[in-house]
Design a protein. Structure first.
Length: 417
């Protein structure tokens, strides 16, 4: 397994371009199952999760062509398998999203349940309930969800929680259902809006994406599509924290600042100097102040930037209270930051972070994707060397991040363990 070694104390300067969004790309790639026509997607990041999704689609019989980096053409004309195995779903929860499209187009599917994960249980009961309301017959057999439906019917569905995965799964299923589907208390993320744009280009009628109520008018048949995925807002936020935490002068470009409103407001509140344009943010960090943060569903402060912001608060002036409202057990990175000298007290779903003058490099271990990035950020501001193990988590969601940070002046390298 690879390790990443960071020698801290360098002020980052320069420009960094943001890659395409992993969380937008995954459901969009899976949406290709809804049609037998070619679907071409640009801005697809080169990540482990993307490779897993393409492997899954190939296994179902989808023709996959990768003509150049970041571009992939999919054609699901030859689908001859309607099952997603446990081996794939356990490594990437987004694999479960094939359930809706397969049932909608082919009338049946068999998909493994993903189980829990390191940051807490994320059950799939909302997916199952929604498809059942659209007329699917659902059975849970030996850890697999088996779904059948001659033809899905439009329905009014209320989600008990604004689940992103559930909203995406039901949107794709509804795109080929008979009639209109209304999803109440839907997730509002920018990635949901990007999927809606793709479904509309394919011939479905999706309205209200980005609000709590989405209407989907199903089509008898969907066509091919050409689409560029949105930039990755979490990578953009992580790079902005890197600039701020190191007292740097960094331009983060090829991004969508309007997808990070709550995060940008908190950075400004913390004293970070930001110049925001339509597709870029210029970050200058100096004299960081502590601010309280509570993660919330979009458009609130993103849970996927909580760990990175905790690093910034660890070296800020004052005391911050960080409240995690989305996932239980998502403070595991705090224990590693404490090993580096951070002053953090955990109280259930709250972390009380008292800023310290500096962190100290140490051997640390990544526990999940966003924790991996937080430990790299901590290494950038720490004195001495930080060795981060289990960085395979990082490769699931950040494209060549060590090269991007290195180009900004960070002393960072990847080594074989």
């Amino acid at each position: 397994m690879d390790k990443i070694i960071v020698t801290g104390g360098r002020r980052l300067q320069g420009e960094a371009a943001v890659s395409g969004s992993k969380n937008a790309a995954l459901p969009i790639l899976i949406a290709s199952l809804l049609t037998d026509e070619p679907c071409t997607f640009e801005g697809i990041p080169e990540l482990v999760d993307i490779k897993t999704a393409l492997k899954l689609l190939k296994g179902l019989g989808v023709k996959v062509e990768e003509e150049k980096p970041g571009s992939v053409t999919l054609q699901a004309r030859g689908v001859d398998k309607l099952e997603a195995s446990y081996e794939l779903v356990k490594t990437m929860r987004a694999s479960f999203l094939v359930l809706g499209p397969l049932v909608a187009r082919f009338g049946e599917a068999r998909v493994s349940t993903p189980g829990g994960c390191a940051i807490g249980a994320r059950p799939v009961n909302l997916h199952i309930k929604g498809l059942a309301e659209m007329g699917a017959e659902i059975d849970l057999v030996h850890g697999y969800v088996q779904a059948k439906a001659k033809k899905l019917k439009g329905a009014k569905i209320y989600l008990d929680a604004p689940s992103v995965g559930t909203t995406e799964n039901l949107m794709m299923a509804a795109a080929l259902a008979e009639g209109t589907t209304v999803i109440e208390n839907a997730a509002q993320e920018s990635e949901i809006q990007d999927l809606a744009a793709v479904l509309n280009k394919m011939g479905a009628g999706v309205a209200g994406a980005g609000t709590g109520t989405i209407h989907i008018e199903g089509a008898r048949k969907l066509g091919g599509v050409a689409h560029r995925v949105i930039p990755d807002r979490i990578e953009a936020g992580s790079l902005m924290v890197a600039g701020a935490a190191t007292g740097g002068d960094v331009l983060v470009r090829d991004m969508r600042p309007d997808h990070l409103d709550a995060f940008i407001l908190k950075l400004r509140e913390a004293g970070v100097e930001l110049s925001v344009e339509s597709d870029r943010v210029h970050v200058k960090g100096d004299g960081i102040k502590s601010v309280d943060i509570a993660t919330l569903p979009y458009p609130g402060f993103p849970t996927d930037l909580q760990a990175q912001m905790m690093v910034l608060m660890s070296v800020a002036d004052g005391v911050s209270v960080m409240t995690e409202n989305i996932f239980e057990n998502r403070f595991m990175h705090a224990l590693e930051l404490i090993r580096m000298g951070a002053d953090i007290r955990l109280e259930g779903n709250r972390a009380v972070v008292k800023g310290v003058a500096s962190l100290s490099g140490a051997p640390v271990m990544a526990t999940d994707l966003r924790a991996s990035m937080s430990l790299i950020l901590a290494g950038l501001v720490a004195k001495g060397e930080t060795e981060i193990s289990r960085v395979y988590h990082l490769d699931r969601g950040y494209e060549r991040v060590e090269k991007k940070l290195g180009a900004l002046g960070a002393e960072i390298k990847r080594v074989r363990a």
